[in-house]
Design a protein around this ligand. Structure first.
Ligand code: BGC
Ligand code: NOJ
Length: 811
């Protein structure tokens, strides 16, 4: 069952009922200021860091759900409604929500009054613009009371939701005409405030939640909205809010707009005040002046549309397969931008206070983002690398505001260092910008200990190489990619963090998954050495890699698939010797992607085992059989009920690894079948089962052991976005950036007759037409470039600004 549809021409997903199975959200903003907005107008805003600079509140586990947001109320002669239905939930005569690229439009209609709420974050400004357009569709004049409403967060979202004894006394505001300034803590150490303004003179306003909602009232039916006016309240402590009220009349057929803005303003310390206790509003006034008219807002909307048009024009697909085209050309790339910006910090499932930027997460997010804005990828790589320690290990997370490593989680996740090689190599393949390797980068954010980025990569490689266990496989430390396989943890007390309990230096527990990574990304590192003429280093790296590859094929092999790990006692994990958890997905994907066992037939066997034991109609589950009891030696993975999350859920992130691995063996049909199972556009019709947004990937779908098999959770912020884009664009459609240029080597379903791709690469634009006249899955028969045949599949590098016509015949 569907709850909306894709509008490909407008690049929107259109939702036609507010009663979606879960709130379906969109992200506004792509640089500093971000807002989340749901299909009913719920959501929240922050500046750069969802924990440290939160502008508005959001209560995740609230009942009813999704009550906090960017609110507009209309009181029409006692009938109170919202353009997006929530929170009043008055039945609307008409409702649509259009989620587009960086904007959302909520349209509601009730008793002949149409209201459109258009939300977006303009390019280059730290604010959200909300334009409300009201239309009287009747033949009689109509008088309405219209209200806006946001609830401010006192900046530090963690403190805001816990330190009430202080926070109930600190809240402060100022009001000047239609501008409501939220200035809590500005009197002391903060140099920033928020402003919630309107471009139209207010009839009344409120800044105290108690005054607006009523102490025992709430956003569903605020007392002020019921009364038809606010009380011009000034908040002193408690909960500061911003609410505007307009008493207005619309003539028959008349349309009126009111432009609201929620802005973040920072002042230099010496310029904080214009008079004692009075905040300096010059920057806020300048911001308000930039969005005072409809023409200005229209221009800002156009600039946003142009920005996205330009970004997406670098990778466009036309295949005749509508669902594939819209995912590749639009939604998958859009989600890659969001994961690049947010890492795993702020969504409807990630509170923004739990973690900042994940080291491995951000490195992987780059894989799907680097082609969009290489300069931002470059900057991010350098930021991430600066949180590495001198021994090559890394902080597991860092805060986006400070860019400093989080010491409460620390280090010891032994896959982290290798992901730095993965993203840097991807950047080099995309850009050919070798200068990045010479950039001096701090260790542990200490610039006095800076070394070149190449030296950082060397330490990454060396860290893994010098941390091998008894079988010659890499030590796992606290965990590898699977944060929940905690082999050195042994936690017996509820509430202990699985992430940091136990030693990270366990000298026995090993990971076959990291072995696969070491082979794959170690070889990429060796290629960088080749390029830099570090011949001896490349050779010794390859010797080390070969040894780990051998260990993987022997100690890492279970007979029909790759083992997952060895635990702290040296017992295998992910083996037929185990009572549960006999086979895991991760090593099958990563080892085969690395090419391990391709010649020996082990790769083929491993993927067959995946198909036989892990496959389901909704995707490939992480392991089988699910753990039914808590295992001290395994940790968090066994803490989840069977079928959920890492315990045999369909963890979408590693499904593309299987799809990529299938292409390594030339299995285009199977690769595409795996791709489709978790691909949002392909499962739109089962939205009532899947429940999360049909335009983006979710972190996980409940596995077949779960009572809610097929139900997704944790949408948006998942490495699935980047990996599925890499999967479909490089491994399936076969447009592969290499250190030497673009290669075209598809592995597709035999039923796909052909497709065209427009790919911007190192400043040139390649128009690539692939034809599959013999219905093959893999194999390139001929390539012509600008009409002339070339040998092989590597396209000659075009100069920036050139346009290249490429024709590829498979066979
Ligand atoms: C989740 C993992 C996640 C980890 C991050 C765990 O509770 O199951 O998916 O990687 O937390 O801290
Ligand atoms: C989500 C985390 O963000 C990611 O780092 C981890 O790899 C997966 N969960 C698997 O545990």
């Amino acid at each position: 069952m569907r709850f909306g549809h894709f509008d490909d021409a407008r690049r929107e997903y259109v939702i036609d009922t507010p009663r979606t199975p879960l709130p379906w959200i969109n992200y506004l903003g792509s640089e500093d200021f971000f807002s989340l907005v749901s299909n009913t107008g719920g959501g929240y805003s922050f500046y750069r860091d969802a924990r440290l600079r939160r502008l508005t509140r959001y209560r995740y586990n609230n009942s009813p759900l999704d009550m906090d947001g960017h609110r507009i109320y209309i009181n029409d002669g006692g009938t109170i409604w919202n353009p997006g239905w929530q929170p009043a939930k008055t039945e609307l005569d008409r409702y649509t929500c259009r989620h587009g690229l960086g904007y959302t439009i909520l349209q509601g209609e009730k008793n002949g009054i149409a209201a459109a709420q258009e939300l977006f974050v303009p390019r280059g400004d730290a604010c959200e613009i909300d334009r409300l357009t009201l239309e009287n569709k009747t033949a009689a004049p109509r008088t309405l009371d219209v209200f806006s409403y946001v609830e401010f967060c006192l900046w530090d979202a963690m403190d805001d939701s816990s330190n009430f004894q202080r926070n109930f006394s600190t809240g402060e505001v100022e009001v000047v005409e239609s501008a409501i300034y939220h200035k809590t803590e500005y009197r002391e150490r903060r140099d920033h405030y928020a402003v919630f303004w309107a471009n139209t003179p207010v009839t009344s306003f409120d800044t105290s939640r108690d005054a607006f909602c009523g102490v025992y009232g709430g956003p569903a039916a605020p007392e002020a909205v019921k009364a038809g006016h606010c009380s011009n309240s000034i908040a002193h402590g408690w909960a500061p809010v911003g609410a505007h009220h307009f008493h207005l009349t619309l003539a028959p057929g008349e349309k009126k707009s009111i432009i609201f803005g929620l802005g973040y303003i920072e002042n230099p310390v010496g310029e904080k005040f214009s008079a004692p206790g009075i905040i300096n509003k010059a920057r806020a006034e300048a911001m308000m002046a930039r969005y005072a008219t409809d023409a200005q807002v229209d221009a800002a909307r156009r600039a946003l549309a142009d920005y996205w048009q330009e970004l997406l024009s670098g990778w466009q697909l036309t295949s005749g397969e509508e669902k594939l085209d819209r995912m590749v050309s639009l939604w998958n790339q859009y989600q890659c931008m969001v994961t690049f910006n947010m890492s795993r910090s702020a969504s409807y499932y990630e509170s923004g206070i739990g973690r900042g930027m994940g080291f491995r997460d951000s490195c992987q997010d780059l894989l799907g983002f680097v082609h969009m804005i290489p300069s931002r990828a470059r900057e991010r790589i350098l930021d991430i690398a600066a949180t590495q320690f001198e021994d090559g290990s890394t902080y597991h997370q860092y805060q986006p505001l400070t860019k400093k490593g989080n010491s409460d989680v620390g280090s010891g996740f032994n896959d982290d260092p290798l992901w730095l090689i993965a993203c840097t190599a991807a950047y080099l393949r995309e850009t050919g910008d070798w200068s990045i390797l010479d950039e001096p980068v701090a260790f542990d954010n200490d610039v006095t200990r800076a070394q070149s980025l190449m030296e950082h990569l060397r330490r990454s490689f060396r860290y893994t190489h010098t941390h091998l266990g008894p079988h010659g496989l890499p030590l796992i430390g606290r965990a590898d990619w699977n944060d929940c396989l905690n082999l050195n943890c042994f936690s017996e007390h509820p509430g202990e963090s699985f992430q940091i309990t136990g030693p990270s230096e366990g000298p026995v527990a090993e990971s076959v998954f990291i072995a696969g990574m070491f082979v794959k990304y170690g070889r990429e590192y060796a290629e960088l050495c080749d390029h830099l003429h570090l011949t001896e280093e490349a050779a010794s790296a390859r010797t080390a890699i070969d040894a780990v590859e051998q260990a993987t094929l022997t100690a890492g092999w279970d007979g029909a698939w790759f083992r997952r790990a060895y635990d702290a006692f040296g017992a295998p994990v992910g083996s037929r010797e185990c009572d549960e958890g006999q086979i895991f997905i991760e090593p099958q994907g990563m080892c085969v992607m690395a090419g391990i066992g391709r010649e020996t037939g082990q790769a083929e066997a491993a993927l067959k085992s995946v198909e036989e034991r892990l496959d389901t109609p909704y995707g490939v589950v992480l392991l089988q059989p699910a753990y039914t009891t808590y295992r001290l030696n395994l940790g968090e993975i066994s803490s989840y009920p069977p079928g959920y999350k890492e315990n045999a859920g369909i963890f979408c992130h590693n499904n593309p690894w299987i799809s990529c691995a299938e292409t390594v063996l030339g299995h285009g049909d199977r690769a595409f079948a795996v791709y489709k199972k978790t691909c949002p556009a392909y499962i739109e019709d089962i939205s009532e089962i899947h429940r999360t947004e049909p335009y983006v990937y979710s972190q996980m779908v409940a596995g077949r052991d779960a009572p809610t098999f097929g139900e997704a959770k944790n949408s948006w912020l998942t490495g699935t976005a980047a990996w599925t884009f890499v999967n479909v664009s490089q491994y399936i459609l076969g447009i592969q950036p290499t250190l030497d240029g673009l290669r075209v080597d598809p592995c597709i379903p035999h039923t796909l007759a052909g497709y065209t791709v427009t790919r911007r690469y190192r400043g040139a634009v390649y128009h690539i037409r692939v034809e599959n006249p013999h219905a093959v899955q893999k194999g390139v028969q001929s390539v012509t470039v600008n009409g002339a045949p070339i040998a092989g599949t590597l396209l000659p590098l075009a100069k920036a600004g050139e346009s290249v016509e490429v024709s590829v015949i498979l066979g």
